[in-house]
Design a protein around this ligand. Sequence first.
Ligand SMILES: Nc1ncnc2c1ncn2[C@@H]1O[C@H](COP(=O)(O)OP(=O)(O)OP(=O)(O)O)[C@@H](O)[C@H]1O
Ligand SMILES: [Mg+2]
Length: 471
Amino acid sequence: MSGAMFGGDEVGALVLDIGSATTRFGFAGEDTPKSVFPSVVGLAPSHHAASQDSVPMDTSDRDLPSGTAGGAARRSRKSYVGTTTLAVVRSNVDLAGVMQNGLVEDWERFELLADYGFATGLRVDAAQHPLLMIEPSWNPRESREHMTELFFEKYNVPAFYLARSAVASAFANGRPTGLVLDIGASLSSAVPVVDGFVMPKSIMTSSVGGDFLLSQCAQYLEKNQIVIRPSYMVASKQAVALNAAPKWTPRTFAEPISDSFHRYSKQLVLQDFVHSVLFCSGRTFDRDSVANLPAASFEFPDGLNISLGADRYRLAETLFDPETHADATAPAVSVSSRASSASAMDATSDGTKDPAGGLAAPKPIGLHRLATAAINSCDVDVRPSIGSSVIVVGGGSLVRGLPERLDAELRMALPAISKLKTVASGLSVERMFSSWIGGSILASLGSFQQMWMSKQEYEESGKAYIEKKCV
Ligand SMILES: Nc1ncnc2c1ncn2[C@@H]1O[C@H](COP(=O)(O)OP(=O)(O)OP(=O)(O)O)[C@@H](O)[C@H]1O
Ligand SMILES: [Mg+2]
């Protein structure tokens, strides 16, 4: 039972994990999050009062009045959250995510995701449930305190806890010590965890990840004169031969479609492309070595069919060797992470945690180099135990062949670690949701119940007390 005792009643705790691509929300003690939805919020322009709606609306997901933090102007804006709601064609709605460089950047949209999660995703009263929130492993004090204040003050939760993402993932894999290599959407991170604690000075991040792959694929398609026409644009299509010009008829709309809606819809096609086409070759890519490996075909929403041979491996190679294979001019295409419009390769920092506690814009660093740098930055005596559990998690790790290739690269890069082991769950949900699952296990342990920060502690000691409760 995942409960804690509050007012004599045992109530189930909730676990909330807001990533740059998806939000995962559910009940502690369960195997997977009950509600998973894009971390994207659409906002109507401020002159659209909550009761007005000039475009056809979906009614299956809840449309919510905008949250509290953004002030009066924003409060009157209608908001759109949830997979089905976001898929409805709309003019004039601004779709955007909440994170930038691995940290929450837009608190108003963050609240709207939480509002939606409580009201529609789980249909629970927040005031009745302790909440364990998964936070980025490098979450700075200011952001931790803001989260604490928000959940106690706005949602009135009876108890709150912040769990570092990497610690939760390590926990989900039953390994209190190891290197958590999380290949997410907006970035990848290598976070050493020792006995359940993050080694903050050794956290390394790279811009290589899911969004990076989307940008690379977008650039590849553009260079091959392939125009992405998302499904919403297509009224009908006919079957055509491989590589033949598509035969499709466009849908017409009374009002112009917002740029962000178009970008979001394109992002979904690109995601589908990445998930179904890309493949990591077993060793360093060269065109000859992959010449005999299988090709993959892909059909776009307008009916165009293409087949990719070597390029499906070359595009995946950008995860390991961005210096050689990535296109430095690839534009950012994801709306879910609030990446600057500058190219993914323009970042100037060294990709590590900055001393202020946040993250500077990470640089593209190959995954095995990222993991190696993080391990080598730890004390010599803990390197063997960290290297014996390189825990691979995050949606980006689902590119086929990735764990095997990573294992081969790490063995070459770290010959001194004789017991090197790459741990990657064979179940994709376990890798996708590892931090949520770790939080779910943690919050349901009997021994954890004394760890919560209670509402009373918050009222007596204030938001800064979170630093003492959740180290
Ligand atoms: N089968 C798949 N193959 C390749 N990539 C995938 C697959 N499934 C999901 N992804 C990618 O994984 C990414 C999402 O991963 P994840 O859910 O770990 O990110 P997040 O936690 O929301 O973001 P972040 O960690 O950057 O804050 C997306 O970029 C998505 O395209
Ligand atoms: Mg993540």
